[in-house]
Design a protein around this ligand. Structure first.
Ligand SMILES: [Ca+2]
Length: 356
């Protein structure tokens, strides 16, 4: 058994154990044996943070020294060699399936009042929240067992250099490591205690630490935001996040398209990617034919391309939909049109059964 596997199994047995609300002075780092104990850039980062925050107990430096390098995190973050073409049908099949729809129905049943309250407070529909939490973690069943402090330290200081945006990503994860240290101190929780994905996302909605601080909601009113164990807090936080990123109550997410565009027109339509850019009339004129509802949509649209593998090797033809600004808002959670459409279809599939 590899050390990583052993760590993962151990972590799985103690995912987000309960903690008492502590105070920073009592939550002391007792070991200083991590791989980052001798890592000059990491320690310089921590020293600067301690100085900036006025942490005279050297909170950041002490915890930085306990962080471990995790090679599995680097492997998972390294881009796969470009090979098989993207396939929406395969991706969709992983999420829009009976087991996940059933679990979504149970989640809706268990949390009906919270979902309703979120809808009222933030204008974000229950089906969208159910879709997001279902795609992210299967309603809390797959929240990740990586030690978040190790994952973020590894990605901040050893980001795979072959990634096309390595420096920007490394900066991003340094910011998230800072947010984790700050959040932990505020909550009186040892930074080593958080478990999450290999990218450092935490809890039922897989929030990054900075999002936890910015958009976390104590929806059940117990005095803290708990995204690992409180479905209510997770529901409120997802709703607040979607509201903050421009969700507009009542606006559809997308419309069907009958594709009749020429090759050149298609390139024009795809150039802005998922950013809504075209009026319905312009899109229709370029050959992406909308139905009556799409044609009367008052806002801008994006042509969303959904390849189904390589048609020359048995793949189905590429599908297209017209995404509204609400479709775009979902991609602020995860920048992928496959992700956004899976969230929409899962949430609406669960809602269809719920309302039956
Ligand atoms: Ca709470």
């Amino acid at each position: 058994m590899t050390r990583w596997l052993m760590g993962a199994l151990l972590a799985a047995c103690m995912i987000t154990p309960g903690w008492a609300q502590g105070t920073p002075s009592k939550v002391r780092a007792t070991e200083s044996t991590g791989a980052f104990a001798q890592h000059a850039p990491a320690l310089a980062f921590a020293r600067a943070l301690d100085e900036r925050e006025g942490w005279s107990d050297e909170w950041a430096q002490r915890w930085m020294r306990t962080a471990e390098f995790n090679p599995q995190v680097v492997r998972l973050m390294t881009p796969a060699p470009s090979g098989s073409p993207r396939n929406w049908a395969v991706y969709r099949g992983r999420f829009i399936e009976p087991r996940r729809i059933q679990a979504g129905l149970q989640f809706w049943r268990d949390n009906e009042a919270w979902l309703q309250r979120a809808e009222t407070a933030f204008g974000v529909p229950a089906w969208l929240i159910v879709g997001i939490i279902g795609v992210e973690t299967l309603y809390g069943q797959h929240m990740g067992s990586f030690r978040v402090l190790d994952a973020l330290s590894t990605l901040a200081f050893h980001f795979p250099p072959e990634h096309p945006r390595a420096q920007a990503r490394s900066d991003f994860f340094t910011g998230e490591l800072e947010a984790l240290l700050r959040k932990s101190r505020e909550a009186g929780v040892p930074p080593t205690q958080w478990r999450g994905s290999f990218a450092g996302a935490i809890g039922l909605p897989q929030f990054m630490p900075s999002n936890w601080s910015l958009y976390g909601v104590d929806f059940d009113g117990d005095g803290r935001v708990d995204l690992s164990r409180s479905a209510a807090d997770s529901i409120g936080s997802v709703a607040r996040y979607m509201q903050a990123f421009g969700w507009q109550t009542g606006m559809p997410t997308h419309f069907p398209i009958q594709m009749q565009a020429t090759h050149d027109a298609l390139q024009t339509l795809l150039a802005p990617s998922i950013l809504p850019t075209f009026t319905p009339e312009a899109m229709n004129t370029l050959g992406a034919r909308l139905n009556a509802q799409g044609l009367t949509h008052p806002g801008l649209l994006a042509l969303v391309e959904l390849p189904n593998g390589d048609p020359a090797r048995g793949g189905q033809p590429t599908e297209f939909v017209a995404g509204t600004t609400n479709f775009y808002a979902i991609t602020r959670y995860n920048q992928s049109s496959f992700y956004a459409l899976a969230v929409i279809e899962l949430g609406q599939a669960v809602e269809a059964v719920w309302k039956r």
